[in-house]
Design a binder for this molecule. Sequence first.
Ligand SMILES: *Cc1c(COP(=O)(O)O)cnc(C)c1O
Length: 504
Amino acid sequence: MSQQFILDIEFILKAIEEKNGKSANEEYNKILNFLTDTESAWITSASVPLLKLLYEKKNSSDGDFLFRILNQLRIVKTPAYLTLSENQSWSDLHFQIMELAAKLIDAKILSANPEYLKSNGLVIAPEAVLGFESPRQIPFVDLKTQYRNLNREIDRAIDSTIARTAFIGGSSNVDIKEFEEKFSNYLGIKHCVSCANGTDSLEILLRSFGIGPEDEVIVPALSWISTSEAVSSMGAKPVFVDIEENHFTIDTNLIEKKITNRTKAIIPVHLYGHPADMGPILKLARKYNLYVIEDCAQAHGAEYEGQLVGTIGDAGSFSLFPGKNLGAYGDAGCIVTKDDEIASKARMIANHGQLEKHNHVLEGRNSRMDGIQASILNVKLPRLKEWTEDRRTNAKTYHEKLKNLDLLLPKEAKNVKHVYHLFVIRSAKRSQLQSALKKGGVETSIHYPTPLPFLNAYKQEGYTKLDFPVAAECCEEILSLPMFPELRLLDIEFISNIIKKELS
Ligand SMILES: *Cc1c(COP(=O)(O)O)cnc(C)c1O
């Protein structure tokens, strides 16, 4: 991400003076142009009227110029949590406003005020801006840049929810309704039922399909624990199946052997954003009369043979956790299905078994999506397609920059569209790569260090590496590189160069 700056009013006024010929040099004007050209100039909303007042006091001419400048600046809200104390000066207060706003969008403050300059590492002198380079830090996921790009709409959505006190989700909450409608339209499926998170969505679905004690459910050996945890929480038994090493998804050749007369469902996971091989899974499901519940937590918008994931099996489960491809600002999740009965059961279960208020048809649970989360998701959902394309472009760039090296890059099967929730490479020198990247300021991660069956939670089952050899081997070598829509070409080049250097 490029460095952003909150401009001190004094700086803007000086730039205007230069422009009006009241000052001999052009320096501030040049800096201001540079910042507006690179879209990195911000002011706090508090300084907008102040700027106009001061400007009118100093100048009678060229009001257009100020307006033009204001139009090129990005505006960040002025937080309400200011400390107003007796021993604080007006200047302190002015600085405090800028400081709080700067923290919100991860910006520096641009000011020539010597007091501010020495008070705090957050402040940069105007002269220093042109050559300014912040130390390169590439996060694994960058939610700050995304917020900065959408700050006006997101702030408006949150404030509006607060103003209406529309906090709790339910079918009468307009933000929830809008999200469910928008998301089911996006997938082209009849029902979307919102809930509190992507683990609950799996549990609620399993319960809606009547899965309980004595039942078995087939799950892949490599996933986030929610996939198997949800099965166990129903009192049922998760039956693990090894993955296939090309795409890290469930190996469909190994499923049939694990099917017993207790097996009720299969949960394929579209891991890292790559769809599981649904064709063979659906065939087995038909043959043995099993439900197919897709775990789409990492794969919003991914496609298998032209069909969006979540719409292929009997139902789809989505997580809307902040770091997922579509993420709220807290926990959230949803269920999608074309089945009317499953949708209405799921809706009841997620809201204390009620279809309408005080009519508890069964004992459900409290798993509603928050109103604030829905309003944020409504701002973000229209961008999902564009973000997915950006992820795919970034993956392509990684492929170009990392080709012909001694490592394995993610593969995309011919009949799918991968949405690159994660960009996972495989290398025997994983820990060497990871520490070199860390030294260079690049954050990486491992998804996941341990296959599910080998977690302590399943110790009692006594699984060994021989039971899941592919998952066991992959987990020794996989490394997730930074991947998010806002990742820049030069970041990918930087990351790739570190890897190249380590492997040559
Ligand atoms: C994130 C995730 C979940 C769980 O979602 P939460 O919203 O965090 O509960 C389930 N399955 C997979 C594969 C995930 O990645």
